[in-house]
Design a protein around this ligand. Structure first.
Ligand code: C5P
Length: 306
């Protein structure tokens, strides 16, 4: 008998920023149709999975994980989905350790990244035999952004944001991320956008005629951050700032410090600044720091889990 312990398996999933997020109408299922241009950034969630008798999940990392308790996190739900899809009943055990770096409830898809990595990790550890399409389908059940975390890179999501196509983005970009101490709930931000549109405080977007995503795709092909800056857009930006006006102040500080662009990522509240390159990024970081705003420099694009 070979009694050697099974080594842990490691997986890495990226956080994301939304370079363009066009939000269309609310559909009957309570979701909005989107044209969502995602880019994965080199800020990673690391997941280690060990064989174990029981199923157990722990979170640690530079991000405060004290709020992540209970047995209904996206990690638990991802593991259950893999077991159910592969007919593993009862669900096998595993010990999963998540090292979190992506801000929680920050609009950067950290929870979605954990879920994506867990799908792949459980599939491997349990030899569940699910193929990429099956994993993608499970990812879409877990949340609109989870399929993107599986694939990474630069992708355009339509439908709820979960029908993905690869996008040509040959450039490499430098960003400053400013996390917020206060989180924003994704449904609350979408609801605020609906409210603002209803009372004329925000324009509606007709996804059929909206040209911003096409302009963004052209800008990305140029590889030039100065061409990319004016093409970045997010329909949820105004809604996030309406709920958390301090985000607007942060944006102004970054722009005054010379950032090429400043915007809220996804449903926020992380504020993202684009720099020309590393050196310029350090200048912007210093300008933010002088106003007591901490930021993290990251580069993009990054690979997904698969
Ligand atoms: O699927 P996910 O967990 O990412 O979505 C959280 C919430 O965000 C949804 O319940 C919905 O209120 C809102 N949402 C939306 N339209 C989308 C994606 C999310 O209205 N395309």
């Amino acid at each position: 008998m070979n009694n050697l312990p099974v080594p842990a398996l490691s997986f890495r999933a990226p956080g994301k920023i939304n370079l363009g997020l066009a939000v269309g109408d609310l559909d009957v299922t309570g979701y909005h149709s989107l044209r969502n241009l995602f880019q994965a950034v080199e800020l990673f969630e690391d997941i280690e999975i060990h064989a174990a008798g029981q199923f157990d999940v722990s979170f640690a990392g530079p991000v405060d994980t004290s709020g992540l308790t209970g047995t209904n996190t996206l990690v638990h739900r991802a593991a259950h989905l893999v077991a159910a899809a592969a007919g593993l009943d009862p669900m096998p055990g595993a010990r999963i350790e998540v090292l979190k770096r992506v801000p929680i409830a920050g609009g950067m898809g950290g929870g979605s990244a954990d879920a994506a990595a867990t799908l792949v990790a459980c599939n491997e550890l349990w030899s569940a035999g699910l193929n990429h399409e099956q994993l993608h389908a499970l990812a879409a059940q877990l949340g609109a952004d989870v399929p993107f975390a599986l694939h990474g890179g630069t992708q355009l999501g339509t439908g709820r944001g979960d029908q993905l196509v690869d996008v040509l983005s040959p450039g490499r970009y430098t960003w400053l991320l400013v996390p917020s101490a206060i989180g924003l709930s994704t449904p609350a931000v979408y609801a605020e956008l609906d409210r603002m549109r209803e009372c004329g405080e925000a324009p509606s977007t007709d996804l059929e005629t909206d040209a911003r995503t096409d302009e963004l795709l052209v800008a990305l092909r140029s590889k030039d951050p100065r061409a990319l800056a004016p093409a970045l857009f997010n329909d949820l930006d105004a809604a996030a700032c309406s709920l958390l006006p301090a985000l607007e102040t942060t944006r102004q500080v970054g722009l005054n410090a010379g950032a090429l662009a400043g915007f809220v990522s996804g449903s926020g509240p992380t504020v993202v600044f684009l720099a020309r390159d590393n050196e310029h990024g350090l200048d912007v970081q210093l300008g933010l720091r002088e106003q007591h705003i901490d930021s993290v420099m990251v580069h993009s694009p990054a690979r997904g889990v698969l």
